[in-house]
Ligand binder design. Sequence first.
Ligand code: SF4
Ligand code: SF4
Length: 414
Amino acid sequence: MTDLSQPAADIHTEAQPEATPASVAPPLWLLAELTYRCPLHCAFCYNPVDYTNHNRELSTEQWLGVLREARALGAAQLGFSGGEPLMRDDLEVLVGEARKLGFYTNLITSGVGLTDKRLGDLKAAGLDHIQLSFQDSTQELNDFLSSTRTFDLKQRVAASIKQHGFPMVLNCVLHRYNLPHVDKIIDMALAMGAEYLELANTQYYGWAHHNQAQLMPTREQLEEAEAVVERYRRTHGDRCKIFFVVPDYFERRPKRCMNGWGAVFLGVAPDGAALPCHAARALPGLVLPNVKDMPLREIWYESDAFNRFRGLQWMKEPCRSCDEKENDLGGCRCQAYLLTGDAANADPVCDKSPLHEKVVDVTRLAAAAHEPREQPIMFRNDANSRKLTGAHAPQNKVQKTAHDEPNDNGHTRG
Ligand code: SF4
Ligand code: SF4
């Protein structure tokens, strides 16, 4: 197994070329994960299962500094995410600063806490776009999957978002429970006047990885859903643009994850850890630099975490000599680790990987399984996070911070 706690040059026979502003493009988008707090408890949440270990949040001033540095670095798009970003009462301040800096801003929200007043204030602050998540088109499943009673509230919030004149993406994460409802989910998006509908098949990281046996669909379910989407695209494509994000477990080649490690995406977690990928916290040994200790420019161009899987030099066989490596860049590092135990392996979704059977086994099990599943769903909440944290050791490292003290914003949670 590749030891990510060792510097890259000690591991590979071909040392990574040094990244410089001349050889590496700047980040295009910044994802500000403002908090891990969330009133919902989704079974497929992509947040790390050990999020309760990383809940000391950056202060308002620290976030403002991150936005300024990221914009100076070249980032142009900014997503405010979480957890639920509305849990931060300084969201409007951050949106206002982002607007001044010239970012295109998107709020990624469950809708809980998005009152008329906050919508008005966010509009005044210059927010460009809102992505509202639903769990399903039915109250029963929406509320079951989020372990909350939020379906009616989300309906009201969707109407308010439109009344305030925001462009709206409706987002619904798909899995074996709601794939048969895809037509109803599209009807709901059309009725709400959403400009875009993102039907994102579950990516198996974080809580979704833990609940994979419960959530994994069958190939038949996916094919039927895709056919429904195609039908709607033909008939309603001018009213609502529908994105259908295919789950790569059913493909023969992996996704070009994040469009390349350290290529366009820069995430900052609630505690200031900088992430080359949403799920990078899952990689044991990887030392994540922290915005409290290092300028963002240095993090992007010089940190080991961002250089570790940049480009093609880090690859092992079969990727190293593969004539398709420029297409998919070897797939997803986090998926490679979660399924093969080594983040430097080829993503086992690829059928050239000697470990491809691991992916086939997962989909085969899904096809053979009958409801109800033996293992109960583990909903995302603080108690389950604490319970699972020991079970997912070893955890990755976060660079020790010199300023690791309670923030001035009252957002620290125990
Ligand atoms: S996926 Fe659900 S639980 Fe996770 S942050 Fe989003 S709304 Fe909250
Ligand atoms: S062997 Fe590696 S580079 Fe080649 S197609 Fe598979 S994942 Fe991509």
